[in-house]
Design a protein around this ligand. Structure first.
Ligand SMILES: [Zn+2]
Length: 321
């Protein structure tokens, strides 16, 4: 491989969140992400996004890795477990604080709900800006209120445009639709958006192919990348898998979980074939993920959600090695 090829070859990532078992929808996005990168001679990174510490469990981290290996996916280099490498993320948060791009916020969920008079139990966007320009430092915010402070990013005004290789062009006015969002939570842990952005940069990610439920997160990630001086990756948001009633598969739908299918003796190549068929790829007879490298054409990928009907699910359950 000469230097030019290396510069052009993409770096992708698989970033499961171990808050529950992975299901067929995850398998599909991960396979597509892997094919897209591997067939251009690119590298694949693995990152475990376990910052949602209340729900992430060690057993699920192992489970994720086993599921991916079972599907025939591999990755290059060190695996990042987000909760085990917070220094870099925290350093970037401090950087934003020093530059005045984030400010302390002592609002609880209940405070925000009350300010919005939103229906009980739900915090909706946008954050009403209660703490913007209220305190001069984190110490002052905490001393004056007797509460822990989180940090919110000052969202720039104007619209943010996201160009995606598959999804329609997205334009969002973050200020009116989302408001200043948290980059550090009141418990001190970094929030989701900045963790993704810093770790994508740290792993040198140039292509983010993921489910289109995350499209809505992309404008916030884009403005953070700009604030931190990072290049934007290429975004490819793929339609989700839904059940026959049109609902997206839930992480807790255990009968659809990869662990359950694996334990039941399903041949993983049947999942590969189901994904390939749904992506308009030739499936071959019991091809492995590796054998289909070169066959993915994103232009042929359907733009609508993929329905997993009972017949397909039964067929997957019954496909034996
Ligand atoms: Zn606040």
């Amino acid at each position: 491989m000469n230097t030019d090829d290396r510069e052009r070859s993409p770096v992708g990532r698989i970033a499961p969140s171990p808050t529950g078992r992975l299901h067929l929808g995850h398998a599909r996005s991960f396979l597509l992400a892997w094919w897209s990168v591997r067939q251009r001679g690119g590298r694949m990174r693995l990152r475990i996004e376990d910052l949602d510490a209340e729900r992430a469990q060690a057993e699920h981290i192992d489970g994720c890795r086993r599921d991916l290996e079972w599907l025939g996916l591999d990755w290059d280099g060190e695996v990042i477990v987000q909760s085990k490498g917070l220094e870099e993320i925290n350093a970037r948060v401090d950087d934003l604080l020093r530059r005045g791009l984030v400010y302390p916020c002592v609002c609880s969920r209940a405070d925000i709900r009350a300010a919005q008079s939103a229906p009980q139990g739900r915090v909706t966007s946008p954050y009403p800006g209660t703490c913007r320009d209220k305190f001069t430092s984190v110490e002052e915010a905490e001393r004056k209120t007797g509460r822990d402070a989180g940090l919110r990013f000052r969202v720039p005004s104007g619209s943010v445009e996201v160009v995606d290789r598959l999804a329609p062009r997205l334009e969002v006015d973050l200020q009116s639709e989302v408001g200043d969002f948290l980059v550090a939570r009141r418990n001190g842990l970094p929030a989701y958006q900045i963790a993704v952005v810093v770790d994508d940069a740290r792993q040198g990610i140039t292509e983010v192919l993921r489910g289109d439920d995350l499209l809505a997160s992309t404008p916030a990630q884009k403005v953070l990348q700009e604030a931190l001086g990072y290049a934007h990756p290429e975004w490819v948001h793929v339609p989700l898998v839904t059940d026959r009633t049109g609902r997206r598969l839930a992480k807790r739908a255990d009968d659809l979980s990869l662990a359950e299918l694996r334990a039941g003796g399903t041949d993983p190549r049947a999942i590969v074939a189901w994904t390939a068929r749904g992506a308009g790829m030739p499936t071959g007879e019991r091809a492995s993920a590796a054998q289909l490298v070169g066959e993915l054409d994103l232009a042929r990928l359907p733009r609508d959600p993929v329905t997993l009907d009972e017949a397909s699910l039964d067929a997957l359950r019954e496909a034996r090695l």
